[in-house]
Design a protein around this ligand. Sequence first.
Ligand SMILES: Cc1cc2nc3c(=O)[nH]c(=O)nc-3n(C[C@H](O)[C@H](O)[C@H](O)COP(=O)(O)OP(=O)(O)OC[C@H]3O[C@@H](n4cnc5c(N)ncnc54)[C@H](O)[C@@H]3O)c2cc1C
Length: 381
Amino acid sequence: MSAYVSPWMDEELAMFREAARKFVASELAPHEERWRKQQRVDREAWRRAGAAGMLLTDIPQQYGGAGGTFAHEVVLVEELVRASAASFGAPVHSIVAHYILNHGTEAQKARWLPAMARGECIAAVAMTEPGAGSDLQGIKTRAVRDGDHYVINGTKTFISNGYNADLVCVVAQTDPTQRVAGFSLIMVETDGLPGYRVGRILEKLGQKGQDTCELFFDDCRVPAANLLGAIEGQGFYQLMQDLPYERTSIAVTAVAAIERALEITTAYAKERTVFGKALLKLQNTRFKLAEAKTVAHVARVFLDSCIQRLIAGELDAVTASMAKWWTTEMQCQVVDECLQLHGGYGYMLEYPICQMYADSRVQKIYGGANEIMKEIIARSL
Ligand SMILES: Cc1cc2nc3c(=O)[nH]c(=O)nc-3n(C[C@H](O)[C@H](O)[C@H](O)COP(=O)(O)OP(=O)(O)OC[C@H]3O[C@@H](n4cnc5c(N)ncnc54)[C@H](O)[C@@H]3O)c2cc1C
């Protein structure tokens, strides 16, 4: 393999990788099959992750986090991909933590972040609605101020961590007379909340252990103190500011998946015999894997530059959109070609490449469809 080492790696991160690898192998991977069948991760796994220091790794210690950088999140996601532990929804949980860290009041940070770091409070973000996905300005969920509360009405769909969520960051209209400035983020604490209902866990092509749900809000009364940042009309700006974090996080999964597909397919092609010789001896196999190795390296170097710029607070929305669309496109392409090299075995779920194929597809859709990423990039031309 190439001797390239990510420039952001250091000794402390190498030790964290070791700990993350052990945690994933002992606490997550053994349950993965069961979680896929039950369509959700056990709540207990979240508590264990919290106790092991695997949650909110890049949130300051004063708020209960591990006080690391985005590189710690990267290491954890890479280890999840490496172990085929796609069900554990830590990336979404971290995204919500950053909304709170970057835009919340001190009281809001103190209320939610430590519990999230301990895995006692599981978080979700609810933007998408049945009639509004890419076009977020079409969001219909309303939050109407009534004394010390907001009364929320609406329906959200495709919400990751939706079944388990204790805290949902809801994008709602607080002023329908405004366009972009009419939206706010309201943190909904779901435990025992009248009018809040979680729909069935949706059946998906892949990522089957992720609890992706519809959420219903029917006259839900939420304290006005749960308005993120305490000023109405900031919702879109708050979301936009944190999009590079979310999109880089998706790209991290994509590049880790490309690297893993290459690794397992190379091993398979060395072992599998066709026409009396190793599959790897055929020129098509060698060329396909040579192409995949090139893509893996180019993607890794580009991603590493995004990671470094994100840590430095310098990653712009356009570059993050490039990383999101291109790496996920490459992920789907490489995983598909690697599956092809497995022949019929590649179509069998007991071979990891099969699961990876199913899990990959959504990467081009969520976090902003890839077409939206190209729109954002095109605006900068
Ligand atoms: C497994 C999964 C998990 C998800 N998790 C979450 C979550 O946790 N929270 C959340 O809020 N949402 C979540 N989503 C929703 C996801 O972000 C949306 O599905 C996505 O933004 C696309 O919206 P849509 O499905 O309404 O598609 P639409 O907006 O209807 O778009 C359909 C297609 O039209 C094309 N298109 C749309 N707009 C344009 C354009 N301007 N130019 C060119 N082509 C365009 C694209 O190909 C797009 O895929 C999740 C979705 C899935 C499948």
